[in-house]
Design a protein around this ligand. Sequence first.
Ligand SMILES: [Zn+2]
Ligand SMILES: [Zn+2]
Length: 263
Amino acid sequence: MKVKDVFLDVLFPPICLNCQKHIEERNKLICDRCLAGIEINNSLFCPVCRARLWQDKKICNHGQSDGRQYPFVLAAAANYGNETTQNLITYFKYKGFESLAPILSSFVFKYINFINLDLEDYIIVPIPLHKNRERKRGFNQAKLLADNLSERLEIDSIDALRRIKNTKPQACLSGRQAKLKNQKDDNIFNWLESDNSRLKTQHEKRQENIRGAFKIIDGSLIEGKKIILVDDVYTSGATMGEAARVLKENGAKKIIALVVAKA
Ligand SMILES: [Zn+2]
Ligand SMILES: [Zn+2]
């Protein structure tokens, strides 16, 4: 160990972002034990109900309107329910850890190889942030992932979309679970039913909120192309749905929505 490293170790001991335990190698952000705890998925998913799909065959039939809203298959490397995955994405997105991009994209790369996803003739398009949000954050997390994946997969990443509407961040998902725990109503079935319709309205609100948020920069870049749309997390699917809708309207042939984690 170099003298400089000894000093650095004393001043800033290298600790795992996830478990806060000491790490031997200085240039690592997460320990091997935490890394091993992240489960990589082994299939594609239905963008509506999250059912596992065999290759990219659509086995679900959710009707025409869903097909229009979600004109893609969902490729999600990991699950947001996994605490480590969630921690890493939070550090990446909200705590300025841009340097986590290669680690997160390595999960995606592993996943793509794992499921043997054929990406020949595809181009990568990152979900853009509105310029005000990007300025505030300092970077667009989806673009960092897209650039990293572009290198690993040797596929071009093209900024084909612009975000022209600064939408509010999506509401936290745990609201419903918290309510479930506190619920003391005997008539649980009535309550669940009303909760379902409340969720539906929430989802519709998200869709309305995101409507018209994206614009194509140059139609010729995407016409007739197969596109891998990249984002960090897939929650309601409203963002991906709207971006995919605009791409389809402008002649995109096929779309895969690719994310680090699905909620
Ligand atoms: Zn750890
Ligand atoms: Zn489905």
